[in-house]
Design a protein around this ligand. Sequence first.
Ligand code: AMP
Ligand code: MG
Length: 426
Amino acid sequence: MLGLDGATPVKNCQLQLANLKSPTMIPVADAIQIVLDQTTSLPAESVALVDALGRILAEDIVADSDLPPFNRAQMDGYAIQAADVANTPARLRIVGESAAGAGWHQEMKAGEAVRIMTGAPVPAGADAVQQVELTREVNDANFVEILESVKTGRSIVKRADEIKAGETVLRAGEEISAAMIATLASFGYAQVKVGRRPHLAVMATGSELVVVDQKPGQDQIRDSNNYTIAAYASLAGANVERLPLVGDDTEELKRQIAKACEGSDMLITSGGVSMGVYDFTKAALKELGAEVFFERVALRPGKPTVFARLGSALVFGLPGNPVSVAVTFNLFARTALRAMQGAKEAMLVPHTAVLAHDLKGSMDRESYLPAILRTDEKGTLWVEPLKWGGSSDFVSFARATALINVPSGVGRIEADSPVKVLRLPS
Ligand code: AMP
Ligand code: MG
């Protein structure tokens, strides 16, 4: 096929060769869908309530009792009959006391009042509680004067008004937040069924790498990716094992990758997936017989991200650049780790913010660019793109709290435009 400009067959031949070399670049959404399709949830395990924070519920949480379990006083004061205090001040005889944990279990009659505390059961016969501030005890505390009338039902939460026994209050797939702990405790969940934590092996590759407590020699740099991935993966609920560094050597990579996959639910490598002469991670995976689901994503940064399975382990081959690692981990690997634990919302949740500066997108790739979120005094959520020197600029990235998502094909976004952002886990 000749080009429109009458290009020579040689030029076309080169193009075709380039296409042959580069596997298809798939959209980010497709890549995430593939990750979700290939991820199966791990078996559930029981953990003590004190260890449940941040875990993913693997069972529905059902109320084992009504809430409140009895008609409960909402105020310190007097249980009364509203009709008795239609005209105030009204004098009522104090016939008893109902305290939290020690109720007054007789029938209260017209003309009577029961001294009552917040959280105590309202006695039968009473239909309202007047708060203590609007009352006055008289005659050696045998009588109380109610100074203001109340409506029937005032300051009483009726039995089962909040929750009925048997109701599902939290659902499998939700992440257990601190706000949920009271619910779990109140309905007797001393043990909670949650998704097992994935066992994740993390392997930085690259002959230039030295470990963090070593001074880099000539042409060397310290590995940071193993630590970045371990940090984000811990936030995502994984148990992380950092493996020794591996150089750019296909045979050594094959040995280490095979070993890592044996005992792990997931392996994440970094480095060695671009088009360089020493990028061997993909070759190692393929020679080991891994099933490769994608190896190029229309993503900036993070184009050469690889997703595969070897044995029963999922494998993410992330690019080497530290910012690419943070982006691709949070889009793909985090999603898989959370799905493995049974999370209903495995992906980071998008928010909308107003762009503080103009931003350049990419014509053929979707961008996820590091940024800082802040709310102004009017309550507007602003997102400020970081000035950064590319995907290797981890020092700028250190201040990032979010990623700005620019769709593929959008050349430029003006300041003050609404944009989609993902909050980075921290
Ligand atoms: P690569 O994807 O292997 O071509 O690496 C891209 C860039 O990321 C190179 O400048 C590497 O030196 C750097 N890099 C690769 N692995 C790491 C790592 N574990 N920690 C920090 N930088 C890395
Ligand atoms: Mg490398």
